[in-house]
Structure formats: C-alpha cells, structure tokens
Design a protein around this ligand. Structure first.
Ligand code: ADP
Ligand code: ZN
Length: 606
C-alpha cells in the first residue's frame, strides 16, 4: 500500500498526521506478508504497528498479549476510534465469549485480542482455522525466552500456532530484548526471513534526576505540589513503607493509595483501576505494581528507595510519559541505601549472589554519577549516545558556577597518588573525608597524611570536582568494570606548578545545604492552561459516562492540542493530532461547545 494511503488510514482511524520513527516500515513489511520483530521502547507506539495493518488488510488480526488486565482498555480505545476490536480471555463468561466468537465468524471482528493460554487450547486453534486470519501479532514477545526477565511457559505453545498457520505473517513486539533474547524469539517462533526493527532505548521525553535521600519527604511533597492532579507512581522499599507513605501523602493533601503483593487480588485490581481511570492520582507501590499498567499520562515516577538493578529501574521509569510528553523520573539516593539491599543479597548464594551484587553496584554507580545519567543508562543497554550531555538529566541541567578549587584539587590529586592510583573515586573520597569504612582501615589508609583532610566539600561535590579534573585531563579514569583513577602527566605538572584552578561546579552541590530545585518546568506553556483544565474535566465526565479510562476519550497530548488550537468547528478540530472522524463524531460537539463557552467567558483583551 502506498504511503499516502497508509497516512490516510492513520488520520482516519487514529487522528494522527505523521508516523513515529519506524512505524511505517514495520507496517509495510507486515503488509508485504513478511515476518517482523519489533523492538521499540515503551511508549514508542508499538500497538499501531499491527493495528494499522489490521485495518489495511481487513480479515482478522490475532493479537496475543499476556496482559489480561489491559485487554479491555485496549479494546475500548480501539472502539472509540471506530475499529472493530474484541477480546477473549478468562474474564468473560461463556455467553459473552460465544457472542464474540460468532461475530468473528461473521467477519465482523478486525482485531481479536487473546491471552497465550487460549492459543494453547486445540479447540481455539480449530476455531481460528474457520476465520480469515491475516496477521498474528505477539505482544511482549520476550516472554517466550528463558533469557528474558519475564519468561512465560505459555508462550512456548505459540510455536504450534506457527506450524498450523505457516503462511500467516507474524509480528513479534517487545520493549526489552537483548541480542540473545531476540535470537531466541526468532528461533522459537521459526520466523524465517524475519526482518528486525530495533529502535533505540532512549526515552527523550523523560528527565532523569537523582536527589539526596536525606530530604526525600519534603522533596517528594514539592514534586507533587508542582504536579497537582497529575498521575505519579512512588516506588517504595517495603509493603509497610507503601502504606505509610500513602497515608502521609493523603494527609498532606495528595490523595494516594498503597499497592503491594500482600493485598488481596480484589483490592489490587481495584487500586489499579482507580489509578488508570484517574480517580486517584498517586500510587505508593512496591515493584509488584506496573506490569499491567498501560497508562499513557503518568508524569512522574519516583523511586523512594534504591532499585536492585538498572534493568528494573529502566523498566519502572519507562512507565512515565508513554504519550511522549515531558515527564520526570526521580531517584532518591544516599550511600547508605545500599545496605538495605545488601541485607537480602547476603542471603543468596553462588552465581545469583554475585550477579545481584553486580547489578546493585551498577545502580549505586548511577546514583553517584557526576556525568550524564542518560548516557550511562543507554551505555548499560549497549547504546552509545552522541556527545557527553543529553541536556535533560539533573547533571546536564544543573546550573553551574565558577568555583576556585585549587586547594581541594591539590588534595584530591595527592590522595590519588598516595593511595597508589589503584582505586576508584569513591575510595579516594572516603580517604579524603576520613571515612571509617572497613576497607579503609584494612588497607591502613587511615594512616595516610591525606586522610580526613577535606571538610568543606561533601561526597557529591568531590565527585563533581573529580569529573572536572578528568575533563581537564589532570586525572584519568580507566575504562571497564573497575574505573580506577590515576593522575596524568599534566596533573603532576599542574601540582608542581602550584597554579590556581577554577571549575564550573554544580550550583546545587557546591553548597550542599541548598535544596535542588526543578526550575526548568516553569517554562511558559504554549496552550491555554485554564482551557486545558476545563477540557480535562469534560473528558473525565465523558469517560465516566461510558465507563472507560479517561485516555480512551482523548490523550493529554490531544487535550493540549485542543487547548492550543481552540478549534471553532469540526474541520478545525480534525486538524488536531489525535482527533479522527470517529472521535469527532462521538465527542466533537461536547468539546467544541466547551471551547466556545470558555472563550466567551474570557474577557476580551484590548
Ligand atoms: P508501546 O506499546 O510501544 O508502549 P503504544 O502503542 O501504547 O506504545 O503508544 C504510545 C502512545 O503513542 C499511545 O498513546 C499512542 O496512541 C501514541 N501514538 C502511537 N503512534 C502515534 C503516532 N504516529 N502519532 C502520535 N501518537 C502516536
Ligand atoms: Zn544528561
């Protein structure tokens, strides 16, 4: 199908004007009858990759997804766009399921969502043979691999689907897949001549921040104050902490509920639903929360405790900003947090323990980082970032001020030399700060003349200074697993010269007492905020009337588009991204009226 036609379908059914990167190629590949493996970060727009081909080819597209809790929302969302979608899973009673099957037989179902266990039933596969099956989409495809983080035995039976429908193209989709998992997916599903579409891991709309753990509570309240009424997840260390925090937040005027695996199934389901529907904006949760969360407008993900691994952290923060709008990921961190996790690691044995140690170490490194956080995260997943600054993490965004660091830099270089240039910066800082860590005592580093000679800078500032010295070429950091620090020739030269040195230090760290602020968000919005709030309320009401989550009506991005464009008629409204004919017909009048009314109330500027 030609590009123009695909775009027409995109606007007509989804209201979007442009494809996201990768989507069009993936769609064309499927329409040409070829298999495809799609690796795209969360929020990248994977669903559209099989939904559009389903519309273009007609017949039936089978969507296999393990997330039963999501199916209804997804199907509601498609229906709101006028697409014939249905789902079959264990939540339906027999009569309803039979009715869905009848509609499918009659050719009235374009997209059919099912859970993998249904596919493993021979009866269901026989039923599939009676349908006009054109495409098989397999969501969360990494579940098929034991090498992935989320193996599901049910996924293995999908290979039978392949044997029984050898001619039907398959599209396998996932947000996380290492090379090994990708190979596994292709082999397990016997996807010969499969094209792989791998988009980068970068989530450019997410701002990564680390803030000191010491002031976590007040900082958290501050973050939530800035985002009143918006959705946020706060990941906690323990079940107790989720409940305590939810209570405290509610008392502080931020309605929050707790979520953890210790709650009964009904409470958990209800909590999820209330969050997804936007009834409660904040969930304080353990990591048990999230697998079933496909909410596009989560603006903030906070880690109130240190995560166990970068993988986990990336997945959890990945739940923020799926709609592509700016969102924040804040980790509260202190050196001491490590101990809590260590306690659990001590009880493990062998390889598991070693691997847990390594993963935790990586996470601690992330917390301590004085260089771009995004670059570090991407490097972890094997992706190189161009340049050294992303411009969208606390390190890159920090205001900097010129500070004369001559004396402390001399101390730093001396300490590196005295300890034999065999240690990382954390150890050198421990020496300078006079730490009583066991390792220091064992090595006798408390006996060195440089022990405890810094008291005007804290650990973060020292790290920042060390990074500055590396950048200036006075210190060198070894690559690899043990980034030991050594003094370069230029560094020795500088020490001898007794020249002074000025570095641009982070203003929020040069004086540790000062609270970091989130000034950047104060930028002026290019849409009418008052109108936006009005439209949000309208969306809430319409969604409640129909018993669907708010984003099924319109996404936040679309509401902003409406509040910016203020369309006065149907044609103008159609030009707003996210508004297609189906939604125009359904909601157009209500929104146009609200916009007219709002404009009528606003005093005319002269
Ligand atoms: P994923 O499954 O990759 O996490 P989704 O399929 O849920 O992501 O898409 C994330 C969001 O992006 C959804 O709100 C979706 O409607 C939106 N989206 C997808 N494709 C486009 C597009 N071409 N233009 C604008 N928004 C899009
Ligand atoms: Zn950065």
């Amino acid at each position: 199908m030609e590009t123009a036609n695909l775009k027409r379908l995109l606007k007509q059914h989804f209201g979007y004007d442009e494809f996201r990167p990768g989507q069009e190629e993936i769609i064309s590949n499927a329409l040409a009858g070829r298999h495809g493996l799609v690796v795209m970060p969360t929020g990248g727009g994977k669903s559209l990759c099989y939904q559009l081909p389903a519309l273009a080819t007609g017949g039936l597209t089978l969507v296999v997804s393990p997330l039963i809790a999501l199916m209804k929302d997804q199907v509601d969302g498609l229906r709101a766009n006028g697409i014939a979608a249905e789902f079959l899973n264990s939540s339906l009673d027999n009569a309803t399921a039979a009715a869905v099957e009848r509609r499918a037989l009659a050719g009235d179902v374009n997209l059919l969502y099912v859970a993998p266990e249904r596919v493993s039933m021979p009866g269901f596969r026989r039923f599939l043979h009676t349908l006009d099956l054109r495409l098989i989409a397999i969501d969360e495809a990494h579940c098929i691999s034991e090498w992935g983080h989320d193996f599901r035995p049910d996924y293995r039976t999908l290979s039978e689907l392949r044997t029984e429908f050898p001619g039907t193209p398959v599209m396998a989709l996932t947000a996380t897949a290492t090379e090994r998992v990708r190979r596994d997916i292709v082999e397990q599903l016997a996807l010969d001549n499969c094209r792989q579409f791998i988009s980068g891991f970068d989530r450019s709309n997410l701002t990564y921040r680390v803030q000191p753990r010491q002031a976590a509570w007040e900082s958290l309240v501050g973050l939530l104050d800035e985002r009143r009424g918006q959705s946020a997840i706060v990941y906690c260390f323990s079940r107790n902490e989720t409940e305590e925090l939810a209570e405290r937040l509610t008392a502080r005027g931020h309605p929050a509920v707790a979520y953890h695996a210790g709650l009964d199934a009904d409470t958990r389901r209800l909590t999820q639903e209330r969050f997804i529907d936007g009834d409660v904006p904040i969930v304080a949760a353990t990591i048990a929360f999230g697998m079933g969360i496909d909410k596009p407008d989560i603006r903030l993900v906070v880690h109130y405790a240190l995560p166990k691994s970068i993988e986990g952290y990336y997945q959890e923060t990945g739940r923020a900003g799926r709609d592509g709008l700016p969102s924040d990921c804040v980790l509260f961190f202190s050196e001491g947090d490590r101990a809590k996790q260590e306690y659990f690691i001590q009880q493990m044995t062998g390889d598991a323990r070693e691997s847990a140690e390594r993963q935790l170490q990586k996470m601690v490194e992330y917390g301590r980082l004085g260089t771009c956080r995004r670059k570090y995260l991407l490097a972890y997943f094997g992706e190189a970032m161009a340049g050294d600054s992303c411009g969208n993490c606390d390190v890159c965004l920090a205001e900097r001020e010129a500070v004369d660091v001559t004396v402390v830099a001399q101390k730093l270089l001396s300490a590196v030399i005295r300890t034999g240039e065999r240690f990382g910066i954390a150890h050198v800082n421990n020496v300078l700060l006079g730490s009583k860590a066991q390792r220091i005592l064992e090595l006798g580093h408390d006996q060195l003349s440089v022990y405890g000679i810094v008291n005007d800078y804290d650990r973060n500032a020292l790290r920042d200074i060390a990074n500055g010295l590396v950048e200036r070429g006075l210190l060198a950091r070894a690559d690899g697993e043990y980034p030991t620090i050594s003094v370069t020739g230029a560094g020795r030269e500088w020490l001898r010269s007794r020249a002074s040195l000025t570095l641009e230090l982070r203003a929020d760290q040069a004086t540790p007492q000062r609270q970091p602020t989130l000034g950047r968000r104060a930028v002026e919005a290019d849409y009418d905020m008052g109108l936006f709030e009005r439209l949000r309320a309208l969306r809430r009401r319409l969604a409640d009337d129909e018993g669907v989550p708010a984003f099924v009506v319109f996404s936040d991005a679309t509401l902003r588009g409406l509040a910016a464009a203020k369309p006065t008629g149907p044609q103008a409204m159609l030009r707003v991204s996210g508004v297609g004919p189906a939604k125009l017909e359904r909601y157009g009048e209500a929104f146009l009226a609200a916009i007219r009314e709002f404009d009528g109330q606003v005093p005319v500027k002269v």
